[in-house]
Ligand binder design. Structure first.
Ligand code: SAH
Ligand code: SF4
Length: 342
C-alpha cells in the first residue's frame, strides 16, 4: 500500500494542488484548510460541509497529521504538558498554560529536538542536540493542543525545547503559518532566544516581527560564561548592541528573562550590575526563580532574595514581573522539558 499523504505537511499551495489533482474545485481546498487550521478537525468525518464522497476518498489516501500524543499530563494548576511523537520517532514537548487573569491560553512550543546551546541550568541543554524541527512540526504542537482541548490558543511562546534562532528559517515559516492560518496576532507570538546576535538583527527586518524575549540570566560576562556557553560566541556587549538595533528598528520593547539562581545570580551586587546593563535599554524584566533540574547543584533563590532583587530593579525604573511557576508537579516548568518518555 502506498503511504498516505499527510495534509499538515503541505503548505497552502501544495494542499490546494493536491485537492485539485483529485478533480475537485478550489473551494474544496479552502474548506479543508479551514477545517484543519481554524476548526482543528481530528477526522475527515467532522468536515461536514465537504461532500461525503471526497471525505471517503481522503480517508483512503490521506492523513490530517502524522504526529501522535505519546503522553499527556495535567498539573494541579491546570497546565497541560504533551509529549509528542514525530514520524521519525523523535519526541518533543509542548505545554498549554491557562488560567492567567486575562483569559489567555498560551502554548509554549519547542523549536528543536534537544538544544545545542548547553546552558548548565537547563534540562534541555543537558540532553544535547538532535535535530531542527520543521515548520509543520512546530505548528502541529498548537494544533494538537487545540484538537485535544477543543480550545483556541490565543498566544504562542517559543520557550520550549531548543534555540529558535538556531533554526531561524523554519521558525519564521512556522510564525507565518501561525499568524495567517491559525490567526494569532504577531504581537501574541513571542520568541525567546539565548542571544543569537545575527538573527536578532535579522528578525527586526522581517515582515512579521514577533515579540522578543532574551535569556540574559547574568549581566557580567565571566558569570554568564560560567552558566551559558553562548557568551563565548556572542558576548553581552554585542548582545546589547543587537537589542538596541532591534528596538530602534521595530519600536518594540524587549523582555529580559533572568533566572534567579540562589546565591549565584540573585545577589545585590549582581542586581546593581544588571541595572547598569539595562541603562538605555527599552526593556522589561521577567524574573524566573530557578527550577531545580534533576541531579543539579544549583539552588532555588530564597523568597527574600527574590523580593530584594525585584525591588532593586524596580527602583531603577524598570517594570519587573516574577514568572509564576507553572506545572512544576509534572516537570512542565521552565527548563524542565527534557523530551523523554518517563
Ligand atoms: N532556548 C531559548 C528558549 C527556551 S525558553 C532560550 O533559552 O531563551 C525557556 C526559558 O527558561 C529560558 O529563559 C531558559 O533560560 C529558562 N530556563 C532554563 N532552565 C531553567 C531552570 N532550570 N529554571 C528556570 N528557568 C530555566
Ligand atoms: Fe537551550 Fe534555552 Fe535551555 Fe539554553 S536555556 S540550553 S538555549 S533551551
Amino acid at each position: 500500500m502506498e503511504e498516505k499523504i499527510v495534509l499538515t505537511k503541505l503548505n497552502k499551495k501544495e494542499l490546494t494542488d493536491f485537492i485539485l489533482s483529485l478533480d475537485e474545485k478550489e473551494f474544496r481546498a479552502k474548506q479543508i484548510i479551514s477545517w484543519i487550521y481554524n476548526k482543528s478537525a481530528t477526522t475527515f468525518d467532522e468536515m461536514t460541509d465537504v461532500k461525503k464522497e471526497l471525505r471517503e476518498k481522503l480517508k483512503e489516501i490521506a492523513l490530517i497529521t502524522d504526529v501522535k500524543i505519546k503522553t499527556k499530563q495535567v498539573s494541579k494548576d491546570g497546565t497541560i504538558k504533551y509529549l509528542l511523537e514525530y514520524s521519525d520517532g523523535n519526541l518533543a514537548e509542548c505545554v498549554l498554560m491557562r488560567f492567567d487573569n486575562r483569559g489567555n491560553l498560551t502554548a509554549c512550543v519547542s523549536s528543536q529536538i534537544g538544544c545545542p546551546m548547553g546552558c548548565v541550568f537547563c534540562a534541555t541543554g543537558k540532553r544535547g542536540f538532535i535535530r531542527n524541527m520543521l515548520p509543520y512540526e512546530i505548528v502541529e504542537q498548537i494544533l494538537t493542543i487545540q484538537r485535544d482541548t477543543k480550545l483556541k490558543v490565543t498566544n504562542v511562546v517559543f520557550m520550549g525545547q531548543g534555540e529558535p534562532f538556531y533554526n531561524f528559517e523554519n521558525v519564521y515559516s512556522a510564525i507565518e503559518i501561525i499568524n495567517s492560518e491559525l490567526q494569532i496576532g504577531i504581537r501574541r507570538i513571542t520568541v525567546s532566544t539565548c542571544g543569537i546576535v545575527p538573527n536578532i538583527k535579522k528578525i527586526a527586518s522581517k515582515a512579521l516581527v514577533p515579540t522578543l524575549a532574551i535569556s540574559l540570566h547574568a549581566p557580567i560576562s565571566s558569570l554568564r560564561k560560567s552558566i551559558m556557553p553562548v557568551e563565548n560566541k556572542y558576548d553581552l556587549n554585542e548582545l546589547k548592541s543587537a537589542l538596541q538595533y532591534y528596538i530602534e528598528k521595530t519600536g518594540k520593547r524587549v523582555t529580559l528573562e533572568y533566572v534567579l539562581i540562589g546565591k549565584l545570580t540573585d545577589t545585590k551586587e549582581v542586581a546593581l550590575e544588571l541595572i547598569k546593563y539595562m541603562k538605555d535599554l527599552k526593556c522589561n524584566v521577567n524574573l524566573i526563580p530557578y527550577n531545580p533540574v534533576m541531579g543539579d547543584t544549583y539552588k532555588k533563590p530564597s523568597k527574600k532574595d527574590i523580593m530584594t532583587f525585584k525591588y532593586l530593579l524596580e527602583s531603577s525604573g524598570k517594570k519587573v514581573t516574577i514568572r509564576l511557576e507553572r506545572g512544576a508537579d509534572i516537570d512542565a516548568a521552565c527548563g524542565q522539558l527534557a523530551g523523554k518518555a518517563q
